[in-house]
Design a protein around this ligand. Sequence first.
Ligand code: 4AD
Ligand code: MG
Length: 440
Amino acid sequence: MQVATFLHVDEAIQLAEKEKLAEQALSKHSVWLRGWVYRKRELKEKIFLVLRDVTGILQCVVLTDSEAWDNAQKLTIESSFEVKGKLKKDKRAPNGYELQVEQINIISIAEDFPIRKYQSTELLLDYRHLWLRSRKMTAILKIRHTVFQAIREFFISKGYYEFHAPIIVPRIAEEGPTLFEVKYFDKKAYLTQTWQLYAEAAIFALEKIFTIAPSFRAEKSRTPRHLTEYWHTEVEAAWLGLDEIMDVAEEMVKHVIARVLEKHKQELALLQRDTAELETALQKKWKRITYDEALKLLEQHGMKVKWGKDLRTLEIEKLTSLFDTPVFVTHFPKEIMAFYKPASKENPKVALCFDLLVRNVGELIGGSERDNDIEAMKKALKKAGENLDAYQFYFDTRRYGAVKHSGFGLGTERLIMWLCGLQHIRDAIAFPRTINRFYP
Ligand code: 4AD
Ligand code: MG
């Protein structure tokens, strides 16, 4: 028996397109495809099977007099099968073609598939391992792949080195209350919240570095934008100041937007993402406003925030609605910022830091210049109730040739959420971890 070469749905359609078939005409040669049963409809004289593979779906039609009839009858939703047939141009078919089936080989008959058309969010999360096959999740996972690739591509093209920090760390914190504790033999260790303190040690060797790695936050709040395990894109660069690191952030996110728009028209359409917002973000320069200016703007729109308070979700939503691109907010009050964000020389009440805010998601990036003043950092850490012992290595980095440096962290799932227009961050990752779920 001759071994069949299998085509994917997109390849089969491309091939048929080359033939320039007349309406209802059959392609000259038969092709083999393989995949899973996405939909099935049985009539008296016809069975419609929709085949699904990584590239898309194709309607396959089996007629009663076909050799394939018996096998077609046996196939259930999500069964795997191989199918041979001729493509036929058909205006009514979802992608303009259907397959007139000649032969079907059954690979595996699926049991009654537990996911039906309308299902609760909880059930879809319980069956996440099966729900990954949905066209929605497949589209998101493809975009996610491109996002990771585009981030790497961007940094490598700019001469950044990919650098890896440990995941198991002593008690060093971005936010103490959200540290995950792990048993480390007879000691306590923690899951990392950021690579930053290690990255700051490494810039003395590599100068410009980046990573995409898991970060962990024991977030007790149930919000559509918090995971307990997320992929953190982080950057650290020697010699750069606040404005320059914001330039890097803007250019990087724009590069990712461009790649996603270029490669994923089909997936964005499937997700019903209106891409106008992304196109505008790509074309325009993003505004940079200070925290003080943000408070003024909010006040003009009926929201009074007391100076010194962090911006809350509602306020961030209002602010982002006032701009048609992502917006940088800089110079937050020093008091409420992490210990490593330095005070501005001109106004010590504010820190040299920024957040990048986007619609529907809120904070996409947090970044800053880094303090070189060991005593100021010790004071801030003590105030936050941190034990200084774990930070001694970090202070060392300032003792041997300190230089100005800056960096930022971006929640990669938040970026994917924004690009795909998702309502909830959990759909930006295959197996989400949230306060009440770590199964499957
Ligand atoms: O603002 P954060 O806490 O900043 C840092 O960790 C810095 N050390 C980063 C750095 O300068 N290298 O976190 C950075 C970003 C946030 O802007 C947000 O997008 C994302 O990480 N993030 C989360 N994403 C999903 N789920 C969570 N629980 C997140 N917490 C933060
Ligand atoms: Mg932050």
